[in-house]
Write a protein that binds this ligand. Structure first.
Ligand code: ADP
Ligand code: MG
Length: 743
């Protein structure tokens, strides 16, 4: 029969936890694998070594409460022992067991390779422990006669039952067993479980965890959720009693987890709501749409009519900009839906009202294209447009900056050079960020900080510090649609406009998958398209490990194609080309002096050459769905039937297969985003850049969507009736990271 630890009832009250967790942590500190024995000094409350502190900080664990909220991923059950004979019976079942026995032999054998073989025995039987990597100290620790507590999986080895690389610990004859499951925490290199357990155990003991949810809320609107007290939930999760429903802990459906996830979602909602309130309380220059002004003249000069969807979003934006509070709007529209004109119209409205507008794009190619397009539209109407990018010559840049500063430039277009410290706008009324998902959170905050007359924040400085009294209106544009639950949590402080209609006359791009072995046919296809006056993009493979290798591949592809298509003009563009050359190549392609453009992913976003109707993507299996969709969006912009050939190299991984099938089956960006979310899950979907540090650690927006709305309601009630509780809750969960949630 298994030996079971005496069961203790959980602490009945909300006292700070007894010494139990710490004692346990200290105990298990010794039980960690001997190889990573970087546990801290033995004395219980001694300050942690600073290097370990730094590593904890890297995990975001700076305050005691951060440690308390660092929760286990899983547990090890060290509360029971099996007699060796029973453990051996369970060989091959695929789960770990714990046994105790005395070392009867210990030897280092050299065949088939050097290894340490230890045999232990108890009253019921014998078991072999095998170590393929080991230190001398480990071998000495397991000398004959030593009593070992051993945890691992028993396998039916060639020479009988054995454990390979078990966790072992020498113990005295009556060493008690832990009475709680042993937590396994998310860790980082250089931090052992033993160290984390001890640090967290200590923090749990020191940290008072008063309830932040007011009684009337818990008993009222939140009652149906049956939320458990927080302190109790945390203690349970860090040190569950062995009889707990472990499966519910692992899949995080246990009531203790529900409480934690609710609190996390609540913190997020509180933060977003506060940001929203702060924004509403701030001033922005009202710039109502003026009849007969620049905007109307621009519309009249356009060679085409706006689509219904464009008209609708233009109206929504115009109304926001007319208000004395900063607009904070996301304009979503699939690739090719015509967002640029909408941005131009918003800029017109700002300029009509006597303010400056700024348009920021993530790549120089795109920014320059915007510059050409918008100055082509607006300069004839008398608008001063200035171009600002990192690649400008010193003097040119100084001049551009001067024009922005004097207010002479009414519209500034550029890359993130726009948000550098040296750039001060005289009277910035509107900032537009194109392809906003490509920018980091800090960059977006910095552009917003560029209000008139205010102290300027650098891109890196805390956007919190001196937020200007008036801020410009802000319009963000993106072709990456955000599913509803994500929008509710990450973008609760954003109003969203959607362009759900493509300009007329587009025929959907036909997508084909082509095995790489048929490259010759693809080249023939390129030839044929060019012979008919069409233009072609040839996208080179993504090589994540090495940019140098990627450039080399691009160069080689270019040379091969140029040789294979001697009667065509082939160009090459990549990220490392000097900007002037880059611009020259793009120019030549736009003007149809080049028929084939070999490119890296620098052309991924925004590039607009309507005459291009064939796109070849090499090694398409290496690209993500969003990226493929963006790339494919470079064709199908004119009236000609467009084709996208996705070349792949077999064999395909299952997810690559799914991605390519998705691309073949649909051109709808929303559908693609939905499937992308399915394939990747929300964390990766948003990416660290998108969400900043606002990522949810515990709540999962798919399984926990039912908690989002109650959290939203609770946030409202807390802010309006219990502001102190709201503050306490926020600082518990977010500490100093709060401002990132606003981006
Ligand atoms: P995206 O939304 O991907 O940024 P763009 O703004 O680059 O799309 O627009 C794609 C192409 O469609 C451009 O060539 C643009 O001039 C054209 N376009 C935009 N709106 C219309 C419209 N209403 N009718 C016809 N063509 C349009
Ligand atoms: Mg665009």
């Amino acid at each position: 029969m298994p030996v079971t630890a005496s069961e203790r009832t959980p602490e009945p009250d909300a006292q700070p936890p007894s010494a139990k967790p710490a004692a346990k942590a200290a105990k298990s500190a010794k039980s960690g694998a001997p190889a990573k024995a970087d546990a801290p000094a033995k004395s219980g409350k001694a300050a942690a070594p600073s290097s370990a502190m730094a590593k904890l900080a890297k995990l975001g664990l700076k305050r005691d409460v951060d440690l308390v909220l660092h929760l286990p991923m899983r547990y090890e059950d060290e509360t029971t022992l099996l007699p060796i004979r029973e453990a051996v019976h369970r060989a091959g079942l695929g789960f770990a067991v714990q046994v105790e026995g005395e070392v009867v032999s210990s030897e280092v054998t050299l065949r088939p390779r050097r290894q340490l073989v230890v045999r232990i025995a108890d009253d019921s039987g014998e078991l072999t422990l095998r170590f393929l990597n080991f230190y001398g100290s480990q071998a000495r620790q397991m000398a004959e006669g030593v009593r070992l507590r051993v945890r691992g999986e028993v396998r039916g080895g060639f020479f009988g039952a054995e454990m390979i690389h078990p966790v072992v610990r020498p113990v005295g004859p009556d060493e008690p067993l832990p009475d709680r499951l042993t937590p396994v925490y998310p860790a980082t290199a250089g931090i052992s479980q033993a160290y984390l357990r001890k640090a967290i155990g200590g923090a749990l003991q020191r940290t008072p965890l008063p309830e932040t949810l007011p009684r009337p809320l818990l008993d009222g609107p939140l009652a149906p959720l049956k939320l458990q007290p927080l302190a109790e939930s945390l203690r349970l999760l860090h040190a569950p009693p062995p009889q707990v429903d472990e499966a519910a802990l692992i899949d995080r459906s246990h009531p203790a987890w529900v409480r934690i996830k609710f609190d996390e979602l609540l913190a997020q909602q509180l933060s977003l709501k506060r940001a929203q309130a702060a924004r509403r309380a701030r001033n922005a220059p009202p710039m109502p749409r003026r009849a007969g002004g620049l905007l109307d003249r621009f519309l009249a000069a356009l060679p085409f009519a706006l689509t219904g969807a464009q008209q609708r979003v233009v109206k929504e934006i115009a109304a926001d900009m007319g208000a004395p509070h900063p607009m904070h709007r996301l304009l979503q529209g699939d690739v090719g839906s015509g967002k640029t004109i909408v941005a131009a119209l918003a800029a017109c409205q700002a300029i009509d009202a006597g303010y400056q507008a700024a348009l920021m794009a993530p790549t120089e190619i795109l920014a320059e294209q915007h510059y050409r397009k918008l100055s082509g539209w607006l300069a004839p109407l008398g608008v001063e447009v200035v171009w600002l990018a990192g690649s400008l010559k010193r003097t040119e840049k100084r001049e551009a900056v001067a024009r922005v500063e004097s207010g002479q430039a009414q519209l500034a277009i550029g890359t993130h050079a726009l948000i550098q410290d040296t750039v001060r706008f005289a009277k910035l009324g509107l900032s537009v960020v194109d392809e906003q998902h490509r920018f980091g959170v800090a960059q977006r905050l910095a552009l917003r900080g560029k209000a008139d007359g205010a102290e300027q924040d650098g891109a890196g400085s805390a956007p919190h510090a001196d937020e200007p009294a008036t801020v410009p209106h802000q319009l963000m544009m993106s072709a990456t649609p955000i599913p509803r639950t994500l929008a509710m949590t990450y973008y609760a402080d954003l109003d969203v406009s959607v362009i759900d209609e493509l300009p007329p006359g587009r025929s959907p791009v036909v997508t084909r998958l082509v095995n790489d072995a048929r490259r010759d046919e693809v080249i023939e296809r390129v030839h044929h398209a060019a012979a008919q006056g069409r233009q072609v993009y040839w996208v080179c493979p993504l090589i994540e490990e090495s940019e140098a290798l990627q450039l080399q591949t691009a160069q080689e592809t270019y040379e091969t194609l140029a040789a294979a298509l001697p009667d065509l003009e082939v160009g090459l563009v990549h990220g490392r080309l000097p900007p002037a050359e880059k611009a020259a190549v793009m120019d030549a392609f736009s003007a149809n002096r080049l028929q084939v453009l070999v490119a890296t992913t620098v052309i991924e976003v925004g590039v607009d050459v309507p005459n291009a109707s064939l796109m070849v993507i090499e090694h398409a299996e290496r690209f993500g769905l969003a990226q493929l969709h963006q790339l494919r969006g470079r064709v199908g912009r004119g009236s000609a039937e467009s084709v996208c050939l996705l070349m792949y190299q077999a064999p395909l991984s299952p997810t690559a297969k799914q991605r390519l099938a998705t691309m073949r089956e649909t051109t709808d960006g929303f559908e693609i985003a939905r499937r992308d979310l399915q394939i990747r899950g929300p964390g990766e979907f948003l990416g660290a850049r998108q969400s900043g540090e606002a990522m949810l650690r515990f709540a999962d927006l798919e399984t926990d969507a039912w908690l989002v709305e109650p959290a939203q309601q609770a946030a409202e009630l807390l802010l309006s009736r219990y502001p102190e509780a709201a503050q306490a809750h926020l600082s518990r969960w977010l500490g100093g990271r709060e401002h990132y949630l606003k981006a």
